[in-house]
Design a binder for this molecule. Structure first.
Ligand code: GDP
Length: 302
């Protein structure tokens, strides 16, 4: 938790230094604006936030930088919508005929954003919580991807369903994994997918087919989009494509342990209306945390 609060410190340090000046000049306000833009908060939300802030500063006659900081904090919290439901839907269900149906979570996103790592970490969290998990390696384009997932499965002590053939049909691997989860009466099946964005039509076909075929056993209750926080505005355009292609239910923002300031959260949540549910804070098995608005904002503000 403390790590999340520390994750945004670069922005915090500069903002704090601006806000600790005796009184805020026009240049100071410009600097605050620049910092928010550099943190990927986005032009629209930044303008809105500064307008609200300046109005309050005027109306309330706030001068003290510390008080301005508190106002900025509450505006940022409001922007991140603390009321959004960020709980993961990972409860198994029972079909009308009494068949056990595992909760299916599909993990999607561009290659390299941290999908496989996220699946591994999430499996670990669920297992620690007493749940039984099956992994599905539906990224069949690179044999290394299935190997990487299997390594995570072994590490966490859960089975990984994969194909021996490189280039096998990802939907059939997803189907096998969900069927295995049903037969084993597992609580959750986590399905890793490939994310080659070069060909949007191909991606659409592939993810659509995975959802359709997996749904023959159990429809996904979560489609988590993994975004790399360090890619800034690129994350937003990726999010648009995946939201269109696969009904995304939650965002996982990875690599917040690096230099990223994570303001992209604001833009993605707004545009897609989908909450950030989890954050990645490193490459290790314990480096996944729930997204907590207030901690995150404290991290940004330092
Ligand atoms: P995929 O292609 O989307 O499945 O991405 P991978 O899971 O293979 O991750 C790509 C790289 O990013 C790997 O080197 C991971 O260790 C690294 N990675 C994943 N999540 C995080 C994170 O939260 N922080 C950091 N620093 N690295 C991460």
């Amino acid at each position: 938790r403390d790590r999340l609060a520390r994750s945004g410190s670069p922005l915090g340090a500069r903002l704090l230094s601006v806000l600790s000046r005796d009184s805020l000049t026009e240049d100071d306000w410009d600097e605050i604006e620049e910092e928010l833009l550099l943190a990927d908060v986005g032009a629209g939300p930044t303008t809105e936030l500064l307008d609200a802030l300046r109005t309050k500063v005027r109306v309330l006659g706030v001068r003290e930088p510390a008080a301005v900081r508190d106002l900025l904090r509450s505006e940022l919290v409001a922007l991140l919508d603390p009321g959004m439901d960020r709980a993961l839907r990972t409860e198994p269900t029972t079909a009308e005929d009494g068949t056990h149906l595992p909760a299916v979570t599909l993990v999607v996103g561009v290659n390299g954003t941290g999908k496989t790592t996220t699946v591994g970490k999430l499996a670990r969290v669920l297992v620690a919580d007493g749940r039984s998990v099956v992994l599905g390696a539906a990224d069949t384009f690179r044999a290394a991807a299935a190997d990487q997932l299997t390594t995570w499965g072994n590490r966490v002590g859960v089975p990984t369903v994969r194909s021996d053939r490189e280039g096998a049909d990802p939907a059939s691997v997803a189907f096998e994994a969900v069927a295995r989860g049903r037969d084993d009466k597992a609580d959750v099946v986590l399905v890793d997918t490939a994310g080659r964005l070069q060909n949007k039509a191909g991606l659409m076909d592939e993810l659509g087919k995975i959802v359709r075929v997996a749904s023959k056993v159990a429809a996904p209750s979560e489609v988590l989009l993994v975004l790399d926080a360090t890619t800034g505005q690129n994350g937003l355009s990726q999010a648009r494509v995946f939201a269109e292609v696969a009904g995304v239910t939650g965002i996982v923002l990875t690599k917040l342990d690096g230099t990223a300031k994570g303001g992209i959260v604001v833009q993605v949540q707004r545009e897609l209306g989908v909450p950030v549910k989890l954050v990645g804070l490193g490459e290790g098995p314990d480096d996944l945390a729930p997204f907590e608005v207030e901690e995150f904002v404290d991290g940004i503000l330092g």
